[in-house]
Write a protein that binds this ligand. Structure first.
Ligand code: SF4
Length: 375
């Protein structure tokens, strides 16, 4: 029997600094701690069950706080352990701080073939508010160097709803991103996460933050601007040139299996959703001792599994492929959810045909509410 197939996510949690809005599992860089974490990650990789890895995504944290050769070595070990195809999509999340980007040639030679750059804004004041330390010009330079190193698949992330952001300044960021002529862009509405400095700021001064109407206006501007520039809006937050969708993330939305390695990393295999502890020392100690990584797991079955799969599929441009869904889950989505679908079609939030159910353009603005009807 051949090994199961899964996307591989690798969490590298160290950052050169900590941003005030961030809720990821991350810590300010500390050399000895980062080395010990890497040893734990290697132990987890060595002990992982046999798998055929389809894609790899290095996320964080700031993966490029590690030395270039360290990341290259990690790619080699993942390739060997998970039988990665030579042309497998391997993405590296990149902080565009120039001091952290000296490894472009090394990463490319190691087989990393996609970069996802955490730009967030091209407006200096907004970068300051977000606590980011790079300058817009750094991004332009990183992209230039990345191209020279042979990267032909580059994405960048932008945030809308930043305190102080206006339609004009958001347009400025979108235009600056388009001027780089990249293959992929992601735009995320700012979320205020409990326990962060931003949550405390919001509690003191809610008017500093965009409300739902304002966020919707900024999102609409992104959709219109990127659409006019020829980007396909293929998922709620993601836009790609033809042929450049992110294969790793598409697997998530297809409810495919994936394995998360590292502290706080999430996995989904055979209907079981699990997440590693977010306590770094607990993770490191367990991995180095060869013990199971503490965390939580739940088996999704019946309606819960179906609702989850519908919710993920609705995020995408194609929506739910009802024929494929019936084959995989034994459920006729249009029949099972007839009244909810009809109601939301009447409201202009969903559209359906013989073979699909998908969000309308308007439905994308309230995707969470629409998806809730299937959960
Ligand atoms: S937003 Fe990114 S760079 Fe900033 S602290 Fe979080 S993981 Fe680190």
């Amino acid at each position: 029997m051949s090994a199961a197939r899964a996307g591989i996510y690798v969490h590298l949690p160290f950052c050169p600094y900590v941003c005030p809005y961030c809720d990821f599992a991350k810590w300010a860089y500390d050399g000895p701690a980062a080395a010990r974490y890497l040893a734990a990650l290697d132990a987890e990789i060595a002990a992982a069950p046999p798998l055929h890895g389809t894609t790899v995504f290095f996320g964080g944290g700031t993966p490029n706080t590690y030395e270039p050769a360290v990341l290259a070595g990690l790619v080699g070990r993942l390739r060997a352990r998970f039988a990665l195809a030579g042309d497998a999509e391997i993405t590296l999340e990149l902080n565009p701080d120039l001091a952290l980007c000296s490894g472009l040639d090394v990463w490319r030679a190691a087989g990393i073939n996609r970069l996802s750059i955490g730009v967030q804004s091209f407006v200096p004041d907004e970068l300051r508010v977000l606590g980011r330390r790079h300058a817009p010009a750094d991004v332009v330079e990183v992209v230039r160097r990345a191209r020279a190193a042979g990267f032909a698949n580059i994405s960048l992330d932008l945030i809308f709803g930043v305190p102080g952001q206006t339609e004009t300044s958001w347009r400025q960021s979108l235009d600056a991103a388009l001027a780089l002529d990249l293959q992929h862009l992601s735009t995320y509405g700012l979320t205020i996460e409990d326990g962060t400095p931003y949550a405390r700021w919001f509690a003191r001064e809610p008017s500093a933050f965009a409300d739902d109407t304002r966020e919707a206006d900024l999102y609409a501007l992104a959709i219109a601007t990127l659409g006019e520039a020829g980007f396909e809006h293929y998922e709620i937050s993601n836009f790609a040139r033809p042929g450049f969708r992110c294969a790793h993330n598409e697997n998530y939305w297809r409810n495919g299996d994936y394995v998360g390695l590292g502290v706080g990393a999430a996995s989904y295999r055979d209907g079981v959703r699990s997440v590693h502890t977010r306590d770094r020392e607990t993770y490191v100690a367990a991995a180095l001792a060869g013990e199971p990584i503490p965390g939580e797991a739940e088996t999704l079955a019946g309606d819960e599994r179906i609702g989850e799969a519908i919710m993920l599929a609705l995020r995408t441009r194609e929506g739910v492929d009802t024929g494929a869904f019936r084959e995989r889950y034994g459920v006729d989505v249009r029949e099972r959810y007839r009244s909810a679908i009809e109601r939301m079609e009447a409201d202009g939030l969903l559209q359906s045909g013989v073979a699909f159910v998908r969000l309308t353009e308007r439905g994308r603005f309230v995707a969470n509410d629409v998806c809730a009807a299937f959960l």
